[in-house]
Design a protein around this ligand. Sequence first.
Ligand SMILES: Cc1cc2nc3c(=O)[nH]c(=O)nc-3n(C[C@H](O)[C@H](O)[C@H](O)COP(=O)(O)O)c2cc1C
Length: 246
Amino acid sequence: MSNTLDVLLSHRSYRDYSDQAVSEADLDAIVAAAQRAPSSINAQHTSVVIVRDAVRRARIAEIAGGQPWIAKAPLFICVVMDFAKTNAALQLSGTTQVIHESLEGFAAGAVDAGIVLATMMVAARGLGLGTVPIGGIRRDSQAMIELLELPRLTFPLVGCSIGHFATEPTQKPRLPLDTFRHDEKWHGVPEVATIKAYDEELLRYWKSIGRADGLPWSQNTASPYSKVYYRDTKLVAARQGFVVDK
Ligand SMILES: Cc1cc2nc3c(=O)[nH]c(=O)nc-3n(C[C@H](O)[C@H](O)[C@H](O)COP(=O)(O)O)c2cc1C
């Protein structure tokens, strides 16, 4: 698929992969596209760690709470917020880095990691590959840090499984566009009726793909968002130097 809008509008997460390897040329193209992404103040405070080894992918699948597609897809790429890289620049300039101790720094790092993730996904999809983002690595970010041997001032924010898909999933419906698009100024949260209608639409979607355990959107969101679902993030980030007190 080569047209960018076609790639974007046909987005879906792929969780069923064949054993076919991703070629070195495709991997190199995906990584080059991701490195070309914009970054806040050109800080380039992201890095990617590529994991092909099956045993290591199986370990990541386990860290993420048992997600078999991570072990099945031949390629896993971890997007790392990397303030160790910028720290080296500050040391060269004879100053002390403090941005990593602020919410502003975490916001800048997380936004840029998201851009890298999305760029990799679009590049991979353009090459005819399937992808699924994996935030589940933050379920045990300390284990990811140890597995990838990440230094202080870095944090594994998100990952992505990439491979040749075995089956093409149907697209998951979204809330109506006007709950997303606000012209000129913000025009309010969705009406209860809108949420109920989407809940029903999503239930119909789950039924159509044979998922008896699929929940309506309101319940599916309430379950993780009524608590801090990856509880260690704050503690492990602080251990890595992201104190976030500024
Ligand atoms: C940052 C982020 C983290 C995600 N983490 C996971 C994950 O750990 N496992 C998974 O199977 N899907 C994960 N997803 C995929 C979402 O579940 C998926 O995008 C969402 O349900 C919408 O479905 P769609 O992508 O097929 O349209 C993640 C998506 C994003 C953007």
